[in-house]
Every structure is written in C-alpha cells, then in structure tokens.
Write a protein of this length. Sequence first.
Length: 87
Amino acid sequence: MLGLGRAMGETIAAALVIGSALGQMTLRPLAAGNSMPAVIANEWGEADDLHKSALIALAVTLFVITIVVNLVATGIVQRSMKRAQGS
C-alpha cells in the first residue's frame, strides 16, 4: 500500500516510464499514457486560466485518491494488528 501511494505521487519517474500519449485513451494496459502528476507537471507552464483550473481539479482528485489509499492501508494495518493480538 505504501508503494502504491508513493508511485501515485511520483511525477518525473512516471512521466518517463509511462511515456506520453496526449489526449489518447485506450484499454491496452501496456500502451503509452500519462499519469495525473505528470499531466499537471507537463501542462502547468503553458496553461491559461481555464486550463489551470482543470489542472487544479485534477490535483484535488489525485489528493482524494491518495487519502482513500492511505485510509484503506490504515484499516488493513489496524485489522492485522487486532488479529495478531487475538481480539
């Protein structure tokens, strides 16, 4: 879970490994694409006001996903600690 949370926030590594496929959606899992942090980092510099608003909304969405992953991980850890204690 920690690795998943860490990977979701990596920007440059994800941008280099995943590649770049601007505006393309595909069902192929090995096709080039963009992660959310990479889109924010790559497009912020030349974005106008409306585009910046969309990128901020994308950042908030990424934040919410990260919080959910962390809450799930916390729940799993607490459940395994209770089982280890015998409760």
